[in-house]
Design a protein around this ligand. Sequence first.
Ligand code: PLP
Length: 418
Amino acid sequence: MSGSAVFHRDFGADYPLIVSAQGSYLYAEDGTEYLDGSSGAVAANLGHGVTEIADAMREQALRVGFAHTLRFETAALHDAAARIQSLAPEGFTRVFFASGGSEANESAFKLARQYHLSRGESSRHLVVGMWDNYHGNTLGALAVGGDASRRQHYAPMLPRTLRLPSWRDSADAMAPVAALEKLVRSEGAENISALILEPLVGSQLGAFEPEHEALRKIAKICRTHGIVLIADEVMTGFGRCGTNFAVERSGIVPDLITFGKGVTGGYAPLSGVIVSDPIVQAVRDSGGVFHHGYTYSGHPVAVAAAAAALRFYAERDVLENVALRGAELRSGLESLAARYPSAITDVRGAGLLLALELSPALTARGGANALNRAAMARGLVLYPGASTRADSRGNATVVPHLLVAPPLTATPAEIAEL
Ligand code: PLP
C-alpha cells in the first residue's frame, strides 16, 4: 500500500502500489497485473517502458535540467514546438507551453483576452463553455467547464462565465447552436472573448462526438462575431481519435488548440496552446509580450520527452495502429453490447477513444465506479464517468459510462484480452 504521508484524492480508496509497467500493463507489488485499458487518464498513449523517451529525458536532464523560458531557449524546446506545429492544421504557427491541461486552457483564455486588447476591443472578457464539457480543475477552467459535480463545492469561488446547454440536453443536435446565437444577442458580441469546446467530448459524456454540422455552425458564429474559438484537444490530440487532432474530423478551424496528456505519452507533464497566426501577429504587433507564464513552461526535460514521443508517433506509424486496433476494439465492444443489451446501451467514440454507455438502472448499484472497481479486481483498468440528463419534464437521470482507451500502441493480443 502507498505511503501514509500522501494526501489522497479519496482517503477511502485502495491504491495498489505499482512497481513496474511495460507496454499496456502495470504491475503491482502484490503481483497483480493490470491491463491499462484507459492509458491512465487517457495520457499514457504510447504504453509503458518506451526506452527512446526515457533515454531522451535522462540525456536532457544531464545536459540542461532547467533553463527558465523567460530568459533562455533549449534545442529540445525548438524541436518539440516544431513537431507540434507541423501536426497542427494550416495557419497555426506558434506553440505556448504549460504543464497540465488545466493550465493550457487558462493560458488560452488569457491569450484570447490579450488578442482582443491588442486590437482595442477591451470590453471582450466573457468566456463561453458548454455543460458536460470538461476543461480542468483550476478555478478558471472549472468555471468555464460544465461538470456539475466538480463545480458544486467551489461554485461561490468561480468567476462568471457563460455556458451552452449540453449536447445531450435536447433531442435537437442544433440546440447549442441556437443557444449561442441567443447568448450573443443577450450578452453582446463586444463582451464575449472566447468559446471553448471539446470537439469530441471525452470524460464528461463518454467519447461523444457532436454532429459535425453543429460544430461547423458554432465555428461560423464565432468567426462572424470575432469570438476566439478554442478547441480543447487535451484528451483527443496526437492521434487518440485516429487523426492528429479531432478538429480534422468536422473540418472546423479554431483559433487556438489546447493540448496536454498524450504529447509526451504521459512520460512528463507537458501541455500547451497551439496559436493561429493572426493571434500571434496581434500579440507581436501590440508590444510583443504575453502577460502570462509558468515556472515550468517549456521545461527542458518535459519538452525533450515530447520531442522523443512525437518522433515515436511518426516513426512507428501510430496513427495506422489506431485505425486497426480501434476497429478491432469497437467490434469487440459491440459484441459485448449485443450480449448484455440491458446493461450496455451504446458503443461510441472514434479511434481508440471509445466508450460504453451503461443503463441508468446500474446507477443504483454503484454505476460506472462500481463496475470499474470490479474490473480492477480482475486486473483491468477503465475510466468511469457519468452525466446527468433531464427529460422534458425536468426529471434527472444519471447515465453512467466507461471510457475504453488503451495505449495507441496496443497490440492485437492486448486488444483481444481487453
Ligand atoms: N481538458 C480535457 C478535455 C481533459 O480531458 C482534461 C483532463 O482530463 C483537462 C482539460 C484537464 O487536464 P489536466 O488534468 O492535465 O489539468
